[in-house]
Ligand binder design. Structure first.
Ligand SMILES: Nc1ncnc2c1ncn2[C@@H]1O[C@H](COP(=O)(O)OP(=O)(O)OP(=O)(O)O)[C@@H](O)[C@H]1O
Ligand SMILES: [Mg+2]
Length: 462
């Protein structure tokens, strides 16, 4: 048996404090694997605990299979929960730990056959007579899963069940959990703050921020059509590049999005999505470029080999941008190149956990020397790249100077581009880039997506 779970405008606060869950609405279909994703403290566990009946619901409604369930006892909900600290009884063997809930449920019955069947499913038959102290972390986690599964509940709630395990084991158990819950066909709500885990596990992912649901969709939808800048920044590795831009839509000229001293010229005729940017004319926006949206122009190799550059390296829909190599991050199968394009990065405060710096952050600007001048200075005899200078710079240097310094430990460069390890890049090189405007994201001042069209929003659930 499996259950539908609906939350309608559910709110919760602790001890008359602020709402930690704020008008949360979501419909979870029977058998679905739904992942609740968000940064620490955003209310994920609170939502889970309200579904389980371990926390009261202040406002709004919880429906289980369409029935009002706000005041049902936890035991009436037929829900099994797996916690991060999968507490097993230390004085009981795995067999007794798994059988314990069965014995509580039906005191006279022999839990033996169910325990054995569950252990077989999890591949832990040979661990049944050991105590938790004699098991590894991964084995303990499997016993805890067994305890939840053996009861044949109609809902699984899992609260970061893998976060205590090392990365390798986590990946393996992650795959096992996905397979197991699908085989059992039981509705599962899985909490994590790890976006990669969410993307690999969920039928749908619900992104929470500060107690407020931001977006619900399949992993593909939340990645391809993030509703706002928070979702865009939270999902995907490497993190989406977010740059401050300014839309210019003169009546008699091409529409551009300026990024500091350079700009992206939107090709004519404007696509439907780009036409929507007209209303942003003269306004500051946030430009989002995922790593697949930017590539190093093939002309780069030619310039260094001394040969003539190809006539046109850009594919339809690609426009040029120039970057100065700030830092090269070797990852084995690929290389992440951090470029300085002279634009200002946009920051999503909750997501700015300091990243370890490979080397100390560099000063972004020398007194009175613009990035363009630095590009030219360092480029020396190299042919000047396709850098375009605005007549009137959108962001005067004084304004840039007022910008808060990037957080300590942040890697330098405002644009991160993925490339193959065979391209040799060194700090200070000037590199022609191509931006694929089909992958351009633009968010307005409030962080809401304006391009691609918000009408292309996936189903928001709830
Ligand atoms: N019993 C409690 N009393 C008071 N405040 C609480 C209580 N439980 C949680 N909170 C607060 O409610 C907010 C949401 O907490 P919750 O545990 O739901 O977050 P979370 O998203 O699960 O975070 P994490 O990823 O760190 O587990 C936090 O600000 C937390 O401090
Ligand atoms: Mg939690």
């Amino acid at each position: 048996m499996t259950r539908a779970i609906s939350l309608h405008d559910v709110s919760k606060s602790y001890a008359r404090g602020p709402r930690v869950v704020d008008r949360f609405s979501l419909d979870i279909t029977p058998g679905e694997f739904l992942v609740l994703l968000g940064p620490s403290g955003c209310g994920k566990s609170t939502v889970l605990r309200m579904i389980a009946g371990l926390e009261d619901i202040d406002e709004g409604e919880l429906l289980l299979d369409g029935e009002h369930a706000n005041h049902w006892q936890p035991s009436e909900r037929d829900i099994a929960m797996v916690f991060q600290n999968f507490a097993l009884y230390p004085s009981m063997t795995s067999r007794d730990n798994i059988g314990f809930p069965l014995r509580i449920e039906s005191p006279g019955a022999d839990p033996g056959p169910r325990v054995t069947a569950t252990a077989r499913m999890l591949g832990i038959e040979d661990l049944l007579d050991r105590f938790p102290g004699q098991l590894s972390g991964g084995e303990r986690q499997r016993v805890a899963m067994g305890r939840a599964i053996a009861r044949h509940p109609s809902v699984f709630l899992m609260d970061e069940p893998l976060s205590n395990l090392d990365a390798k084991l986590r990946n393996r158990l992650r795959a096992e959990i996905a397979q197991l819950t699908r085989e059992l066909g039981v509705t599962t709500v899985y909490v994590t703050h790890d976006q990669a885990e969410a993307m690999s596990l969920g039928d749908r992912v619900a992104v929470l921020r500060g107690g407020v649901l931001q977006q619900v969709g399949t992993p593909r939808e939340v990645y391809a059509l993030p509703r706002n800048v928070f979702v865009a920044a939270f999902i995907g590795t490497p993190r989406i590049n977010l740059l401050r831009g300014l839309v210019r839509a003169p009546l008699d000229g091409a529409m551009t999005v300026s990024l500091g001293k350079q700009f992206l010229r939107l090709p004519e005729p404007l696509s439907l999505d780009h036409q929507l940017l007209r209303v942003q004319q003269g306004r500051e926006v946030i430009v989002g470029l995922r790593s697949e949206a930017v590539r190093i122009s093939p002309t780069f190799g030619f310039a260094h080999a001394g040969g003539p550059p190809p006539h046109s390296a850009a594919r339809p829909g690609e426009v040029p941008l120039t970057g100065l190599v700030e830092h090269v991050e070797f990852q084995g199968h690929e290389v992440l190149v951090h470029f300085d394009t002279g634009s200002r990065p946009a920051v999503v405060p909750e997501l700015e956990a300091p990243r370890p710096a490979a080397r100390p952050p560099r000063r972004r600007r020398r007194e009175g020397v613009t990035v363009l001048e630095r590009i030219r200075e360092r480029a020396g005899s190299l042919r000047a790249g396709p850098v375009v200078v605005l007549d009137r710079p959108a962001a005067p240097d004084e304004e840039a100077a007022r910008e808060p310094a990037p957080p300590e430990g942040r890697l330098p460069g405002d644009l991160v581009v993925r490339t193959t390890p065979d391209i040799r890049l060194r700090h200070g090189m000037q590199v022609p880039l191509l931006v694929d405007l089909a992958h351009l994201f633009v968010f307005d001042q409030h962080g809401d997506r304006v391009c691609p069209s918000p009408d292309r929003l996936p189903d928001l659930g709830g």
